[in-house]
Design a binder for this molecule. Structure first.
Ligand SMILES: Cc1cc2nc3c(=O)[nH]c(=O)nc-3n(C[C@H](O)[C@H](O)[C@H](O)COP(=O)(O)O)c2cc1C
Length: 329
């Protein structure tokens, strides 16, 4: 039986659904070449941060005002930032030269500021697509959810005015009306939504009282939240969907595609086991396809989405009451 793992994701033709998620794994060309060798279908580069781009824009403004680099601090700041932005653009073009897989650039952002003009440089450097990791922690007690959500739409509008490459929006699930919000995002002309970003979580060292970061890498159980929302939303969105967080093996790749994801993005499992795990996951995916008599991604994409199953309410079951009342019987 011939098995076809290819998929189309945000207008890109991918040889299989496994993309390396934005992380330190994709911040140098050697790793990207290795990822391709092990079978990765595409990479999302390590994110640039809006702040990095803004520092560059601001230093250029300062330099224009003084018309000189005589202010040493300013020069150093300018040089450092310019260097890192230029490095990022070089990373894009070098990755394009040395591999044949799509290279998706990434920017972490939270405002629709001047940084959005940088999207054009990313396109000119040869990126096949751009992923925006937008996150506004709703921690400001004077800002409403609606105001925060508006920023997402403002950012998309500003970035779309600068580029024509496919655009993905990586989001969290921290929205009070998630289904409506995600549907509206998908109707802005973006090419994909990525469910869900993973965050550094705070932890407390009980001996020093210091706040430290914890749980850098996901565990397989973290995928439940993604699976639920991919299943509920995939058929309702007007764009593609990619799943990320907690995808550590072939079975989970297949589940997320059955829920409606066109592709998956993985990082933690590769930090834990090395880039060669990409090949293991792909081989196992083919094996499972053969065992389950599946010949292509299209055969299964979305078959378990909420709109396609007999009991759609199972995706919305969220309380443990029945589970606890049944226990011990
Ligand atoms: C060490 C590390 C660095 C990451 N850096 C970024 C980043 O710069 N931008 C981004 O959008 N996501 C970043 N992520 C999130 C990953 O792209 C991915 O979405 C997330 O880790 C969930 O996938 P996983 O469960 O396979 O790790 C990072 C994740 C890790 C573990």
């Amino acid at each position: 039986m011939s098995i076809d793992l290819s998929t189309s994701y945000m207008g890109l033709k991918l040889k299989n659904p496994v993309i390396i998620g934005s992380s330190g794994l994709t911040e140098n060309v050697d790793n990207i070449v290795k990822a391709e060798k092990y079978g990765a279908a595409a990479v999302v580069l390590k994110s640039l941060f809006e702040e990095q781009i803004m520092m560059d824009i601001n230093s250029q403004k300062m330099n224009n005002i003084f018309d000189t680099y005589s202010d040493v601090e300013n020069y150093v700041g300018y040089y450092t930032k310019q260097h890192s932005l230029n490095n990022y653009l070089s990373l894009i073009s070098e990755a394009k030269q040395k591999t044949n897989i799509p290279v998706i650039a990434s920017i972490n952002c939270s405002t629709a500021g001047e940084w959005t003009s940088f999207a054009r440089k990313i396109e000119n450097a040869g990126a096949d697509a751009l992923e925006l990791n937008i996150f506004i922690l709703p921690s400001d007690s004077t800002v409403s959810g609606i105001e925060n959500e508006k920023t997402y739409f403002d950012i998309i509008k500003a970035v779309k005015a600068e580029t024509n490459i496919p655009l993905a929006i990586k989001i969290s699930h921290y929205f009070s009306g998630f289904a409506k919000f995600a549907t509206e995002l998908s109707e802005t002309g973006v090419d994909s939504l990525v469910f869900f970003n993973r965050f550094f979580s705070p932890d407390i060292n009980i001996r020093t009282g210091k706040i430290i970061s914890s749980h850098l890498y996901s565990t397989p159980s973290d995928n439940g939240m993604v699976l639920r929302w991919a299943g509920i939303m995939s058929k309702k969105l007007s764009c593609d969907l990619a799943a990320t967080t907690g995808i550590h093996d072939a079975e989970t790749v297949i589940k997320n595609i059955m829920a409606g994801a066109k592709a998956v993005q993985i990082a933690s499992v590769l930090y834990n086991k090395g880039l060669s795990e990409i090949a293991v996951i792909l081989k196992e995916t083919e094996k499972l396809f053969a065992e389950l008599n599946i010949s292509s991604i299209q055969d299964i994409c979305g078959i378990s989405a909420q709109d396609n199953i007999t009991h759609p309410a199972v995706y919305e079951r969220s309380q443990f009451m029945k589970y606890f009342s049944d226990s011990g019987k």
